[in-house]
Structures are given as structure tokens and as C-alpha cells.
Design a protein around this ligand. Structure first.
Ligand code: COA
Length: 257
């Protein structure tokens, strides 16, 4: 049913595992499409009361959007890529059933944005977070410019987005990105226990809490602007250079063009 995800449901909790460990679970087109379908199943299946999103293996939650799919994209194609990501990530964020990110390693770029779109995050002590798109001559395109500000505040979001600096789980907790840090082997059990508590509550009340919290100072305009600017990056020479340099395993040389 899925090529890039493992999806299992136990005790009313659906665990969606992104399963491309050899590419550090990078989100390619198939992952994005399948993630959308898996979340549709969370919405529609009455036997599922909550979901967990995590990554396969011990190294990565998700190390970003798949950079190999960036090469040769036009501005319009970049905007379409961003918009598709927004649609899927909004579906996660607006799910009436709780969806929690269990962050088990690198959560970079689109991976950090995926975790930010979940209702909250619990991380293993080896988790690392960051928005390194700027190293590629790009910006986050899956909601990162909007959601990071909401959890970390303007100054921290600005610094992390502009520097591309990676932070560890302790720092992520100190700036409010994650709720708890646990040893890797306890990650899924901890999240499942928390979710069992939540799904024992009134489902309509839980759904209403999600809707109300999401409604706090939440405007579409910022996301639309991000789609536009993300796409514009694809029309720059620096973006071509940044993605090529990553794939060729060398340092990029940016020219401001
Ligand atoms: N897109 C495509 N492929 C990716 C990827 C991504 N975002 N992140 C990792 N990979 C691939 C690597 O190309 C490599 O593939 P290969 O074995 O075929 O060469 C494989 O995953 C393992 O990654 P590698 O870089 O060898 O692991 P590492 O431990 O040396 O470094 C990271 C780990 C996360 C620091 C590094 O992979 C990285 O910087 N990834 C990109 C992060 C990023 O910029 N994300 C935002 C994208 S918009």
C-alpha cells in the first residue's frame, strides 16, 4: 500500500514511520503523497484515535526535502512543490485527532517543518533540529518560516533560519520547540503513553482544543508569501549552486544572483 512509509495501528494509535533510512528519510514526492494518504486514513478510520509520525532507523527523523528533486525546478515548479507540502502539513496540523512527532535523530529542513506541523513533539536525546535551506540558497518551503516563529519567537526563528545553525535536543527544549527529551529506546513508548492519556478524554473536546490552538493568530497570508518566495529561489543561480554542491559533496560558492 505504501512504498516509503510503514504504517501500523495498535491500541488505536497509528504510527506512521517514514522509511527511507539510506537517504535519512528525506521527503521526496512519493513520501509527500503517501504522507497525505496516511493522514487521510487517520482522519477517516474510526478505529484510529491518534497518530505518531517518526523516522526509520536510529539516525534521522527526516533530514529534509529530497534535494535531488530540486535540480532544474523553475520558479513555478518550486511554488507548486511548496504548495503541495503546505497542503499535506496543514492536514496534519488541522487533524481533529492528535498527531505527535517522535523525533528520533536529524529533523532538518522539511523534517523540522514536519515536526513543527505536528501538534507537539517529543524527542530522543540524539535529536538535532535545524532549517539549513539557506545553505542551499533557499528558504523553508513547508511552513517553517511561519511555524518556527510560533514556537521559538521572532529573534530565535530569525537567527536559526538565517544561519542554518543546527541545535541539539536540549536547546530545542529550552526554546520551546519540544516538550520532552527521552532516551531513544523509550521514545515511542513515552509518546504512546501520553497519547493513551489524551485519547481517554472526550474526542470532541480534544478536537476543539486543536482547532482553537491552531486558530491563535494564524493567518494564511504568511504561508502564501512563503510559497511565492520559495519558488523565487528556484530562479536564482545560488540555488542551483547550493543543491549541486550538496549532491557533489562540496562547499557551495554563492554569488548573490
Ligand atoms: N535530500 C536528499 N538526500 C539526502 C538528504 C536530503 N535532504 N539528506 C541526506 N541525504 C542523503 C545523502 O545524500 C546520502 O546519500 P548517499 O549515501 O547516496 O550519498 C545519505 O542521505 C546519507 O547522508 P550523509 O550526508 O552521508 O550523512 P551524514 O551523517 O554525513 O550527514 C546530514 C547527515 C543530515 C548532516 C547531511 O545528510 C545533510 O546535511 N543533509 C541535508 C540536510 C538539508 O540541507 N536539509 C534541508 C533540505 S531542503
Amino acid at each position: 500500500m505504501y512504498q516509503t512509509l510503514l504504517v501500523t495501528t495498535e491500541e488505536q494509535i497509528c504510527t506512521i514511520t517514514i522509511n527511507r533510512p539510506d537517504k535519512l528519510n528525506a521527503i521526496n514526492k512519493t513520501v509527500m503523497e503517501e504522507l497525505g494518504r496516511a493522514v487521510d486514513e487517520v482522519y477517516s478510520n474510526p478505529d484510529i484515535k491518534a497518530a505518531i509520525i517518526t523516522g526509520s532507523g536510529i539516525k534521522a527523523f527526516v533530514a529534509g526535502a529530497d534535494i535531488s528533486e530540486f535540480q532544474g525546478l523553475t520558479k513555478e515548479q518550486g511554488q507548486a512543490l511548496s504548495k503541495k507540502g503546505h497542503d499535506v502539513f496543514f492536514k496534519i496540523e488541522r487533524s481533529p485527532k492528535p498527531i505527535v512527532a517522535a523525533v528520533n535523530g536529524f529533523a532538518l529542513g522539511g523534517g523540522c517543518e514536519l515536526a513543527l506541523a505536528c501538534h507537539f513533539m517529543i524527542a530522543a536525546d540524539n535529536a538535532k533540529f535545524g532549517q539549513p535551506e539557506v545553505n542551499l540558497g533557499l528558504i523553508p518551503g513547508y511552513g517553517g518560516t511561519q511555524r518556527l516563529v510560533q514556537v521559538a519567537g521572532k529573534g530565535r526563528a530569525m537567527e536559526l533560519l538565517m544561519s542554518g545553525r543546527m541545535i541539539d535536543a536540549q536547546e530545542a527544549k529550552s526554546i520551546g520547540m519540544i516538550n520532552a527529551i527521552v532516551p531513544p529506546r523509550e521514545l515511542l513508548t513515552t509518546v504512546k503513553e501520553l497519547l493513551q492519556t489524551i485519547i481517554s478524554k472526550a474526542p470532541i473536546a480534544v478536537a476543539s482544543i486543536i482547532a482553537c490552538v491552531n486558530n491563535f493568530d494564524h493567518t494564511q497570508q504568511g504561508y502564501d508569501y512563503e510559497v511565492q518566495k520559495f519558488g523565487e529561489c528556484f530562479a536564482t543561480e545560488d540555488m542551483v549552486e547550493g543543491a549541486s554542491a550538496f549532491l557533489e559533496k562540496r562547499k557551495p560558492v554563492f554569488k548573490g544572483k
